[in-house]
Structures are given as C-alpha cells and as structure tokens.
Design a protein around this ligand. Structure first.
Ligand code: FAD
Length: 466
C-alpha cells in the first residue's frame, strides 16, 4: 500500500482483516493524508482543516467502526444558519415522511423570500420525483441546471450555493449538475438521517490509531516517512516500490493510494502519455479550501457550528464545544472557506482581518474579545474539481497491470472528492485485489435505505432532466 490517507488506510485495514499481510508506506510522519491533524510549534494540535461527514456517508462510518473510532464522531440533527444581520434560522427533520421531512424547517427559513422558496420547492420536488436520477442532463453545470429550473438569484445565492459550494468545494458554474443533484438526493431527500452532520470530538489524527493496530495484527508494518520515488513494472507486472534513498521493496500486489497529481510521477511515463491508460489524470483539476483558526480570550459563540449566508466565510466551528471542553476560559473557533480561489493570492493578515470583520457581523461578542492567536491554512489542491464531465477522466481501481491497483478519492467511485469517496475507493481496490487472488470478498456498504415516498419514487425510471 503506497499512501496512508483515508483511501490507503481503508484498503489496508480491509485487506488485513481479510488475512493479508499488508505493508503501508507513507511519505509524511503521520497518517490520514489530507484529513489529518498536526502539532503547531507551540504544541497546539490543529486539524489540517475541519472535516465533517454526513449521515449518508455509510462507508466512512463503517471505516471508523473498523478503526475503533466510531465513538469519536458526534452527530448533530440541527443545522444552524446566520445571515448578514445576525438573524438565526435552523433546519432539522420533522416527522413527515421523506422527501417531505425537511419541509417545515424550510417553510420557516427566514433568509429566503416566498419567490425563492417556491422555485426551490419545485426544483427539489423534481429531484425527489426522479428518485435522484440525473441521467437526462449529461455534462451540464449545476448553475445551468438551476437556470433551467428558473431559480431566483436569491435562491441560488442563499440556498443552492450555500449547501453545494461547501459540499463539493467548487463554484456552481464549474460543478457537474449530476453531483449537485446527488448531494440533495442522498443527504436531504432519500432518507430521514442522510443530512445529519457528523463531527469528530477529537483532533483528526487521533481517529487512525486503530488502523495501525489492525495492520500490525497481521504482521504488516506501517512505515512513516517512507516516500516512494518510483513504481517499477517488469514484464508487465508490478515488481517493486523504490524509496527516496534508492532502496526497494517488493510485494505480490500493490495498491497506490497517492493524490492524482502525484501518481503519474511515480509510474513509467507511458501511462500518462497521449493514448496512455492514465492520460485523463492530467485533465483533472484541483480546487482550494482555506481554513482559519482563531483562539479568543473568552467565549464568543454558543452554537456548535454555524453556516454563514452572504459572507466569504461559509462555516464557523466552535472547536472548544465540539471537543467537550466545558468551562474553558477562552474559545477556539475554526472557519472554513471552500472554493476559496479569491483568497489564494491574499496575505495571511488580509484573510484574518476579513474573517474577523465577518465574525463581528454574526458573533458580535467576538469584536470585544481579544484574539490571542490565529493560523491560516491554505490548501491549494484540497479536492479534485467536480467539473462537468470529470467522471470520464477518473480511472477504475483496476489497472492494465494485473497486480497493480489504484485508490484515492479521484478514482471512479461515483462520489465527489470526500472522505466517503476516499474510503469507497479503498474498499473497491481491496475487493479488486482479493478477486485477483481468487478470494473474492465484499467491503462496500450499501447506501442508506430510501424511506417514505422516496422509496417509491426511487423505483421509477424517470430522470430529473426529462
Ligand atoms: C482543507 C480540506 C478540507 C476538507 N474537508 C472535507 C470535509 O469536510 N468532508 C469530507 O468528506 N472531505 C473533506 N475533504 C476532502 C478529504 O480530505 C479527501 O477527499 C480525502 O481525505 C482524500 O483521501 P485520499 O486517501 O484519497 O488522499 P490523501 O488524503 O491525499 O492521501 C494520500 C496519501 O499519500 C501520501 N503520499 C503522497 N505521495 C507519496 C509517496 N510518493 N510515497 C508515499 N506516500 C505518498 C500522502 O502523504 C497522503 O498521506 C477536505 C480536504 C481538504 C484538503
């Protein structure tokens, strides 16, 4: 296994549980890849960026269970929103059957006008009525689909954009409508619990300790600071992985779970050349996420998390509360801005000033408070961009080399660049390895079962564009 992010870890744990001896090679000094935490020079442990899961992420939940971390994720049923004037609204499921369970919250959602809500209701119903099938709208952007559905500007900015830019890390004009429709169907319409927000109650790095044990139980080492420089193919088969220092390790099979923009540099060059089997990887682009960490000298926020409307900042997480640190003197907040293209060229201080101004709108107590410490983490290649048609460039977990497999959120899973997508890819790669060894086994978990009217509508064969 090359790469100790979620895809590599999920694959390694599944294969170790199936009885294989797995050797995991990770370049960095810690596991978890992009979904990890690390220690600042002053000893504070920070997440690379806040990571949230949703109730519909069934494979990630399964992975956390296998890694012994299921109990470290806390789920929240209520979503909190705040607009420029500081007005709060919440959304949560009612007792109505899906897809109508969120309707009462939606009707009383203050930030939208009647015209916005009327248009949104029609578009949402079209998604639900089609059972989430988007086959009729090949390769158009989400913005184009919303225009076809005659959405108001208010609905686009204060509803669709708010949900989708943070879920998919891309602007609506650059997002394949299929992904946008899928988010609403799986999280908000198909089942009652799909939208529930799951947040770790510990730093991300603490979620992966069990993985190391699961791999070691079968005798396989987890080798950190072990960057691979080259993957050797001899006589049409994987022959070995060469480390930075020139030493080599061999194995009966190899799963490569590195980011898509790293893979081609490790493989023989013909894979990425015109006509090569992985040529499409060059066409997959990345989008940025910026995380801003603020430590205040006193509490300034009561909610566990807030989604901001009409601001550059999209989410604020109350880390002190989420970690269960009741009675703390100060408060640690983490702010997240997805698809943060505009922030990439800005300086650290400019970003801090902007975020502080925005916090003052929605958390007035923060303007009185002393900011004791601040950190800005810009992830330029945070996720792959879910551009219209991107799926045709995403390779399968099997390659033309019989004993070489791929994993990573960017491989073909049907999911966008998420922890759920990464775990799915790892499980799919593990299934492919075991099938190649003549010992087929299944790891992929089913989606949440559809409920209520959604269960009936999901059985029909109507696409959302037809
Ligand atoms: C800022 C940010 C916020 C995010 N927020 C969310 C969120 O809220 N919810 C969500 O679901 N997803 C979120 N994501 C996306 C999520 O983190 C990724 O989809 C997922 O972690 C990808 O896992 P992976 O294993 O495919 O890749 P990676 O995590 O990138 O793992 C690849 C691993 O390979 C290693 N590696 C690279 N080169 C080599 C080499 N030569 N030799 C050995 N090892 C190597 C890397 O060090 C890394 O550990 C976010 C991502 C970012 C960056």
């Amino acid at each position: 296994m090359i790469g100790g992010g979620l895809a590599g870890l999920a694959s390694a744990v599944a294969l170790a549980e199936a009885g294989l001896e797995v050797q995991l090679l990770e370049k960095r000094p810690h596991l978890g890849g992009r979904a990890t935490s690390y220690t600042l020079p002053d000893g504070t442990e920070v997440d690379n960026c806040q990571h949230v899961t949703l109730g519909c992420c069934t494979n990630l939940a399964d992975f956390y269970r296998r890694a012994g971390a299921g109990g470290k994720i806390r789920f929240y049923d209520k979503l909190y929103f705040v607009d420029r004037k500081g007005r709060r609204s919440t959304m949560e499921a009612s007792k109505l059957p899906p897809p109508l369970h969120m309707a009462p919250s939606f009707l009383f959602f203050d930030a939208l006008t009647f015209a916005d809500k009327w248009g949104i209701a029609k578009a949402i119903l079209a998604i639900a009525w089609s059972g989430g099938r988007s086959s009729g709208i090949d390769s158009i952007s989400m913005l184009e689909w919303l225009r076809r559905m005659k959405q108001t500007q208010g609905a686009i900015e204060r509803f669709w954009r708010v949900v989708l830019v943070s879920a998919l890390d891309e602007e609506l004009a650059r997002t394949d409508a299929r992904y946008g429709i899928d988010v609403f169907w799986k999280a908000f319409l198909g089942s009652r619990g799909g939208y529930r927000v799951g947040i770790p109650s510990v730093p991300l790095g603490e979620l992966y300790e069990g993985c190391r044990e699961a791999i070691a139980r079968r005798g396989g080492p987890v080798r950190l600071r072990s960057g691979v420089r080259e993957i050797r193919i001899r006589d049409g088969r994987f022959a070995g992985a060469v480390f930075e220092d020139g030493s080599e390790v061999s194995a009966d099979a190899c799963v490569v779970a590195v980011p898509h923009n790293v893979l081609l540099g490790l493989l023989p060059k013909e894979f990425g050349e015109p006509g090569g089997s992985l040529e499409g990887l060059r066409k997959i682009r990345s989008s940025p996420i910026t995380g801003v960490h603020f430590w205040f000298d006193r509490p300034v926020m009561k909610e566990p998390f807030l989604t901001l409307l009409d601001h550059t900042t999209q989410w604020v997480f109350n880390k002190t509360l989420l970690y269960g640190e009741t009675g703390a003197r100060g408060q640690y907040l983490q702010l997240v801005i997805s698809a943060s293209y505009d922030l990439v060229p800005r300086s650290r201080q400019e970003i801090i000033d902007l975020c502080r101004r925005e916090l003052a709108d929605v958390l007035p107590a923060s303007s009185e408070a002393q900011l004791e410490k601040a950190t800005v983490i810009k992830e330029i290649s945070a996720t792959f961009s879910p551009e219209p048609g991107v799926d045709r460039w995403r390779p399968s977990q099997k390659t033309e080399i019989a004993n070489l497999f791929l994993a990573g959120d960017w491989t073909r899973t049907g999911w966008p660049s998420t922890m759920e997508g990464a775990v799915r890819s790892g499980y799919m790669a593990a299934e492919a390895v075991l099938a190649a060894f003549g010992r087929p086994q299944e790891f992929l978990q089913p989606d949440l079962p559809f409920e209520g009217l959604s269960k009936i509508w999901a059985k029909r064969k109507i696409a959302v564009g037809s």
